[in-house]
Write a protein that binds this ligand. Structure first.
Ligand code: DX5
Ligand code: ZN
Length: 217
């Protein structure tokens, strides 16, 4: 079973409730919320206040992707605002196992994101401390970028490293329906998509199209 996680980065921020309702109607499994600080990545998006506002509008799990430096300073606020999953970047965390423990102690699922240039071995010593791995298939910072093909191999390597552990492997960046089947075959369990869903005329249909493509025989 593949999960579809629309990234609200490509939604209409002035009509977020409306856009969220559209992807819920399409059967989205969770919402992916991109948090950027203008330091870890060259763009600024939203903080805990908006996560709290989204929390009031949907029962879907909120998958909060922190593209920020020193994430440990803000993790409690994001969990209090309603994040179900909190993903930090390996590159932003000198004390990664401590940060993952912090997330779990607050009652959320702990995720690690890897930039395209970061090897899977960065996960080697935290394999039992995480609930999800987010394989970046673009350099983070913006929606609408092109998928970097090296992510296919990265997903397979992460899967092999995880062994039998029940850890989700998400892929984030440039995901479109024509890639979905291959990504599921690589071992991805969650497809994050922003522009492919919210850039479509009918976001609900776009969620269904991604799922159908991922599960096609
Ligand atoms: C990129 C973000 C992604 C992005 C995906 O920095 O982490 O979640 O919104 O958008 P698309 O699907 O348009 O690449
Ligand atoms: Zn993201």
């Amino acid at each position: 079973m593949i999960k579809i996680a629309p990234s609200i980065l490509s939604a209409d921020f002035a009509a977020l409730g409306h856009d969220i309702a559209r992807v819920e109607a399409g059967g989205a499994d969770q919402l992916h919320v991109d948090v950027m600080d203008g330091r870890f990545v060259p763009n600024i998006t939203i903080g805990p206040v908006v996560v709290g506002a989204i929390r009031k509008r949907t029962r879907l799990p909120l998958d909060v992707h922190l593209m920020i430096v020193e994430p440990e300073r803000y993790i409690p606020e994001f969990v209090a605002a309603g994040a179900d999953m909190v993903t930090v970047h390996a590159e932003a965390c000198p004390h990664l196992s401590r940060t993952l423990a912090q997330i779990r102690e607050l009652g959320a699922k702990a995720g690690v994101a890897l930039n395209p240039s970061t090897p899977p071995v960065a996960l080697q010593y935290v394999l039992d401390d995480l609930d999800l791995v987010l394989v970046m298939s673009v350099n983070p910072g913006f929606g609408g970028q092109s998928f970097i093909p090296g992510a296919h191999r990265k997903i397979r390597e992460v899967r092999a490293l995880l062994g039998e552990r029940p850890v989700d492997v998400s892929v984030d960046g440039g995901v479109k329906a024509d890639l979905a089947k291959a990504l599921a075959g690589d071992g991805a369990t969650t497809l994050v998509a922003g522009s492919a869903i919210f850039g479509a005329a009918d976001p609900a249909a776009a969620v269904r199209a991604l799922r159908d493509a991922a599960t096609a025989r």
